[in-house]
Design a protein around this ligand. Structure first.
Ligand SMILES: Cc1ncc(COP(=O)(O)O)c(C=O)c1O
Length: 416
């Protein structure tokens, strides 16, 4: 395989924020699972739009509107190729992963889920892949089932197969956990669900920024992800769906652009993907997102994943040497099925106290419930944890600094 190594120092030069100091120290940004930083290529692409061709899309018969429309459409093409979607009309722009999942729950769900029907999710889901299904289940008197997690912090496949026997209409699973780092085998999970005649939604919020995605291989019916976690701007994300799904689904919002024709009492819908994009869209977001995808594509997603695996291996080794730190997630032996997301508890130290120490050291980490309460409280028995997460711009020295911060937090706060 032709896989170039990531040149971190060169990449870091593309990210202006990495020159910023936090509390008098060089910023070590270890919170990319929450949102990623943005390279100058994305920032300047958005700036160029506003400075030189800001206009509404699909509407103006003048040069700069045509240019804006062209760039907007181009970003869909780039995105479709990036995830091997087949056609760019299967790419629906939404606000984020959360909106994409809600769109499916409200449009497909309301039309296809009835009383007593089952929806199957897992105990490692982010709230955005739990709450929309709870709301749908309540509306329709349907049943929400959960797949258990093994002690090794993987999906319990035996339990999955058992729950599939209950014939759910939809299986909605995360491709990668934002708490455990576990990467699920989306292709195999989809195959098993299809054999049980269930449709499949995959939450790709954490996977798409970090590993190669091939939707033709995975074969899921719906796939959701957010631009802001993959070097792009906030406020734009993607719902991918199989064409026949999108054709059969009703639009969620009515208004401009999503119609073919409007009469006094009736309207007809525009072609895909415009049927699902009512009103003026996040044009600059789409254009910036296209630039972000191009940036990642140039690096190569195999290289991105390989770089992060190296960092994760190093961090797991260093943290593993500290007897008072407990990591929740697959161990080093499962490094290939793991993202650079490390959730941990420091014995005797509250995660918020630890995060404050990290902050004083110029290191940004996440602490809290990570929007996954059923996993944290119900499975791990931890109301809160610290989490460091890595991306293309992180380096080993930042992990060394995190280790020093853990030691400092332990000295300052531990009563154990
Ligand atoms: C696994 C997972 N799913 C969904 C989301 C929701 O993403 P967004 O807030 O961009 O809608 C997140 C965000 O952290 C996530 O980690």
């Amino acid at each position: 395989m032709n896989m170039a190594e990531i040149d971190v120092e060169r990449i870091r030069k593309d990210f202006p924020i990495l020159k910023v100091q936090m509390n008098g120290k060089e910023l070590a940004y270890l919170d990319s699972a929450a949102t990623s930083q943005k390279p100058r290529q994305v920032i300047s692409k958005i700036g160029k739009f506003y400075k030189t061709y800001n206009a509404n899309i699909h509407r103006g018969l003048y040069k700069i509107s045509e240019e804006a429309t062209e760039e907007y459409i181009k970003s869909k093409d780039v995105c479709a190729k990036f995830i091997h979607a087949g056609k760019s009309n299967q790419i629906i722009y939404v606000k984020n992963t959360t909106e994409a999942i809600n769109l499916v729950a409200l449009s497909w769900g309301d039309a296809n889920i009835g009383e007593g029907d089952r929806i199957l999710i897992s105990k490692m889901e982010h709230h955005s892949n739990i709450v929309p299904w709870q709301m749908l289940a309540k509306r329709k008197k349907a049943v929400l089932d959960y797949i258990e997690i093994t002690e090794g912090m993987q999906l319990d496949i035996l339990d999955y197969k058992k729950k599939l026997e209950r014939k759910p209409k939809l299986v909605a699973l995360t491709h990668a956990s934002n708490v455990l780092g576990t990467i699920n085998d989306a292709k195999n999970l989809t195959r098993l669900a299809h054999e049980a005649e269930a449709l499949v939604l995959i939450d790709g919020a954490q996977s798409t920024p970090h590993i190669p995605i091939n939707l033709r291989e995975i074969d899921c019916d719906f796939f959701a992800f957010s631009s802001h976690k993959m070097l792009g701007p906030s406020g734009i994300g993607v719902l991918y769906a199989k064409e026949e799904m999108l054709e059969a689904m009703n639009p969620l919002f009515g208004g401009g652009d999503m119609i073919r024709s409007v009469d006094l009492q009736e309207s007809t819908w525009n072609d895909l993907p415009w049927k699902f994009e009512a009103g003026t869209q996040n044009i600059e977001g789409a254009i910036g997102f296209g630039a972000a995808v191009k940036y990642l594509k140039k690096l190569g997603m195999e290289s991105v994943h390989s770089h992060e695996k190296k960092l994760t291996k190093y961090a797991l080794k260093r943290v593993g040497e500290m007897g008072y730190v407990k990591v929740y997630g697959p161990g080093i032996e499962h490094i290939d099925q793991r993202l650079g997301v490390i959730s941990f508890a420091i014995k005797g130290v509250h995660p918020h106290d630890a995060a404050a120490v990290f902050d004083s050291e110029g290191i940004a980490i996440r602490s809290g419930h990570h929007c996954a309460m059923p996993l944290m409280r119900g499975v791990l028995g931890e109301p809160a944890l610290c989490r460091m997460s890595f991306y293309i711009y992180n380096k080993e020295e930042e992990i060394d600094r995190a280790i020093v911060a853990i030691e400092k937090a332990r000295k300052m706060f531990s009563r154990g």
